[in-house]
Design a binder for this molecule. Structure first.
Ligand code: ADP
Ligand code: ZN
Length: 519
């Protein structure tokens, strides 16, 4: 049997393996099952292509995308590897030729669409072949946690039952903790080894800051660190994209808008300028970025929360592809959380799907409100644990002090309770501070026991406390009730004083500082 390295050198023309390729490949060659999680571009294909050539028989690769299959087959054929693809693009005659080659043992790799693979006819064809391995590409399609769930992937579990002796490898670039678990379970890969690697982007500096006046904050960030740089500013809505792009242009930046509501020709022209010229700031919705390969994007800024940690990772990942220092900067506030919550609630998705989306949003909040290294939190979500604090995120650079915030938490939670769980941050803070507003009078909230019990903090600081209580799950935001806070079950022991709540002390804005200083 040819050694993996020999195949890599002679067939693929590469001098050595990258990252964990060698480990994965030797595990496969020995007949083990594996789940491989690596970001796009890390070199997942070789993880099954090399073992396919080392082992006897044909490797069967399940892939959901016809275009992708054709590319792979073309590339392999170029290298002299005997590869073919069976999918709906094949004529009956073409398919018959491929099937004959399979029976005769004349193919090393076969790419096949999942719906084809699980047909009785194809399975009995496989019974007549010697199979080297099964590779399941884009394995996140088997999970409802991923964003491209494909029901036909669920049936792939039968491969294991029907061909128990054939090793299987599942590969994906998008797998957070829950998706990974789901993939392993649904494909029956429970005993296989999991290989996770390469999600870190060490040159990206992560920073997340509380949103006050987002546009001004963005401007200060750009002025301080990115004059003359290319970058992307992500916003949630088309209207906001237009507004921010116009505003940055007024401030002297070469800013262009990009969203799905723009004319195709305008979008193409703006994208072109971004790719070609230096120092273009693209203000965009998430419609922008797929397949954009510009190495010198120096910053990605988020003026609104992305919808999950995967989205955050993917969007910020467009910065610094050249490996030089780059910034991922985000301003977020409770309004964002309420807004995204509303999107989820009002979508057409099933209840299960909505629950998943909410959990994803919560994981993102966890990143926003963490007192730990942001990179550690991010990498752990993608299954890479054990990394040391990175030294290149806001928290590593300016460690946040945490303090016993139990009393503050109790005050805030009681105030939410006393005001009937019917109000958002603005009013709850007014009551805490003892402000005699029109609304306070209208609801008689100046007569509550919690009226004015929070005068020791500035409004800004209460906002931070409330955000942290939401992120910790003590408060939820009722999206059907206009963003009112609701108490959750888990907050009872806090109210009863049975558990301690640690809070982070956010850096104070100048105004709030002055206020606390003067009492
Ligand atoms: P993925 O599927 O993880 O997105 P690919 O398998 O398409 O990544 O590989 C990305 C690129 O890296 C390809 O051009 C591939 O040829 C190249 N590549 C992968 N492994 C190696 C290696 N060991 N040495 C050199 N180039 C490699
Ligand atoms: Zn860090």
């Amino acid at each position: 049997m040819a050694s993996p390295l020999h195949i890599l050198n002679t067939v693929f023309g590469f001098p050595g393996f990258r990252g964990q390729q060698a480990e994965v490949i030797s595990h496969m060659v020995d007949g083990g099952d594996a789940l491989v999680l690596m970001p796009t571009g890390a070199g997942k294909s070789l993880c099954y292509q090399v073992p396919a050539l080392c082992r006897d028989g044909i490797a069967v690769v399940v892939s959901p995308l016809i275009a992708l299959m054709q590319n792979q087959v073309a590339a392999l054929t170029q290298l002299g590897v005997r590869a073919a693809a069976l999918n709906s693009a094949r004529s009956f005659d073409e398919a018959a030729v491929i099937e004959r080659q399979m029976r005769a043992g004349e193919l090393d790799l076969l790419y096949v669409a999942p719906e084809r693979l699980v047909t009785p006819g194809f399975l009995s064809l496989l019974d007549q072949c010697r199979i080297a391995l099964f590779a399941i590409d884009e394995a996140h399609c088997v999970s409802q946690w991923g964003h491209d769930f494909r029901p036909e992937y669920l049936q792939l579990a039968l491969l294991h039952e029907r061909f128990p002796a054939v090793p299987r490898i599942a590969l994906t670039a998008t797998a957070d903790g829950p998706t990974r678990k789901d993939i392993a379970e649904r494909l029956g890969l429970g005993d296989g080894r999991i290989f996770v690697a390469g999600f870190d982007r060490p040159n990206i500096r992560y920073r997340i800051t509380a949103k006050k006046n987002a546009k001004e904050q963005l401007l200060r960030f750009l002025e301080a660190e990115h004059s003359g740089d290319s970058g992307i500013v992500y916003c949630l809505s088309r209207a906001k994209v237009e507004e921010v792009a116009g505003w940055l242009t007024d401030k002297g930046y070469d800013a262009l808008p990009y969203h799905a509501g723009l004319d195709q020709s305008v979008r193409a022209a703006n994208q072109d300028r971004f790719l070609r010229d230096e120092a273009v700031v693209m203000v965009a919705t998430i419609a922008f970025g797929m397949g954009i390969d510009k190495p010198d994007v120096r910053f990605v800024a988020h003026l609104d929360l992305p919808k999950s940690l995967e989205s955050y990772y993917q969007e910020t990942g467009r910065a610094g592809r050249d490996g030089l220092p780059a910034n991922a900067w985000m301003a977020y506030g409770l309004e964002d959380v309420a807004k995204l919550g509303q999107f989820i609630a009002s979508s057409q998705a099933s209840d299960t799907q909505k629950r998943i989306e909410r959990q994803k949003l919560n994981a993102l909040l966890g990143l926003c409100e963490t007192t730990r290294c942001r990179r550690q939190v991010l990498l752990e979500y993608f299954g890479e644990s054990g990394a040391p604090p990175c030294g290149n995120c806001d928290i590593c650079l300016e460690p946040v002090a945490s303090f016993d915030g139990t009393e503050l938490a109790r005050k805030a939670l009681s105030c939410v309770y006393r005001t009937g769980e019917s109000f958002g941050a603005g009013h709850v803070i007014d009551v805490l501070l003892g402000k005699d507003t029109e609304k306070v009078q209208r609801f008689g909230h100046n007569g509550l026991s919690t009226f004015g019990i929070g005068a020791e903090l500035a409004a800004e600081e209460w906002r931070s406390v409330l955000r942290q209580l939401v992120a910790a799950g003590y408060l939820s935001i009722d999206v059907e009730g206009h963003g009112a806070f609701r108490l959750t079950e888990t907050c009872r022991p806090v109210l009863r004083g049975e558990i301690r709540v640690d809070l982070r002390r956010d850096p104070l804005p100048a105004k709030a500082k002055a206020k606390t200083a003067t009492g």
